[in-house]
Write a new protein. Structure first.
Length: 362
């Protein structure tokens, strides 16, 4: 499909690229995946501005992986992220789950969950990836505070001097995000040519020392830190650039790259190696729940340990269509339109998602 609309004006001999607007409808759906490639070679930055052509056809695939997307409750650990309704995993590490929120106003990260047979790692890393609608010159800023652990010190830094008695210290991290759609035009990669928005985001992580004195937390001044021989607060910053298209066959940045404040080019490029397609996610399933036949026309039959299990049917836009409490008999699906659906097997008592599977109505 042709991604760029050319309007030929005979009188002036000008061709204009169509500017786009990005909305929720252009984001990848549940049950989809795509292959992502990585290039570590040095490449110049993409210029900002209107009606640009960004030529990255020379990038290579030094390494490839695939991203697989689903509903947050398709995955283990989702109860740690109550605001998440979207998630993805990498094919090479299916036990590391990135939880996100997707709604009419934004797509963003809620946190990260990694587990093994004996441990789990939970990180609450809230941040907005993109807001809707987005078009040229759209911008947003936000900040998030991540409180550190408390260290009880109970001392007076200067004894009888003016500094207050300090009960406890805490090191917080504050994340500042400054994002701007600073370009639109045509992006060319080995995958093809795309009408895109260019989004540049500055990500700053600042360190803040807090002290508890007289029962209240307050910012620790530098003279107190120096007296305690603490290092003064510092910060780290980095940039990311995402190229978004409004073709839902792709649904995620066509290309992204990253760099530091002193870099003159990027050596960290991720790019979409192929358009999104159907995924077969291995969702956590302890009861060996499944169904047959698939594809199905009139009805399906559930197998496995389905005692105290509810079956829900959802469409690929995340809409709940029906629920079934009695799984002993066949499930009638005659009223469903032809297409692909998600079946969720839920614990009747806790609501936990035991398994999510794809149904093809034929």
């Amino acid at each position: 499909m042709k991604k760029i609309l050319f309007i030929l004006t005979i009188a002036f001999g000008i061709s204009l690229h169509a500017q786009i607007t990005l909305t929720r409808e252009h984001i990848i759906n549940y049950g989809k995946k795509f292959v992502i490639a990585y290039d570590g070679n040095l490449h110049a930055f993409a210029a900002s501005g209107a009606n640009k052509t960004w030529d990255f056809r020379d990038i290579t695939a030094n390494y490839k992986d695939s991203l697989r997307f689903g509903g947050a409750d398709w995955f283990k650990g989702h109860t740690n992220f109550p605001n998440a309704n979207f998630a993805f995993i990498y094919y090479t590490d299916t036990q590391a789950i990135n939880y996100m929120h997707l709604n009419d106003s934004s797509l963003g990260f809620e946190g990260f969950y990694n587990y093994t047979s004996s441990s789990e790692d939970i990180a609450q890393t809230k941040s907005t990836l993109v807001r809707f609608p987005s078009t040229y010159n759209s911008a947003f800023n936000e900040s998030h505070v991540f409180m550190g652990g408390v260290l009880r010190i109970k001392l007076d830094p200067d004894t009888a001097g003016p500094m207050p008695f300090i009960d406890s210290m805490r090191i917080d991290q504050t994340r500042y995000i400054y994002s701007n759609v600073d370009g639109w035009g045509t992006l060319k990669t080995p995958l093809g040519s795309f009408s895109c928005l260019k989004q540049t985001t500055l990500d700053v992580m600042a360190q803040t020392y807090m002290m508890k004195s007289n029962g209240a937390w307050k910012l620790a001044p530098n003279n107190v830190l120096q007296r305690l021989k603490y290092p003064l607060p510092n910060y780290d910053s980095s940039y990311s650039v995402n190229f978004w298209t409004n073709d839902a066959n792709y649904g995620f940045p066509i290309m992204s790259y990253y760099y530091g404040p002193r870099d003159t080019g990027t050596t960290d490029i991720e790019w979409m190696f192929g358009k999104s397609r159907k995924s077969s996610l291995n969702v956590f399933n302890t009861k060996n729940l499944s169904f047959f036949p698939n594809p199905a026309n009139n009805s399906i039959q559930v197998s496995g340990d389905f005692e105290n299990v509810i079956l829900e049917i959802w469409d690929m836009q995340g809409r709940h269509l029906n629920s079934f409490n009695n799984l002993d008999s066949s499930i009638n699906i005659e009223t469903l339109e032809l297409g692909v659906y998600v079946l969720k097997f839920l614990d009747k008592n806790t609501g936990e998602n035991l398994s999510s599977q794809t149904l093809i109505k034929s």
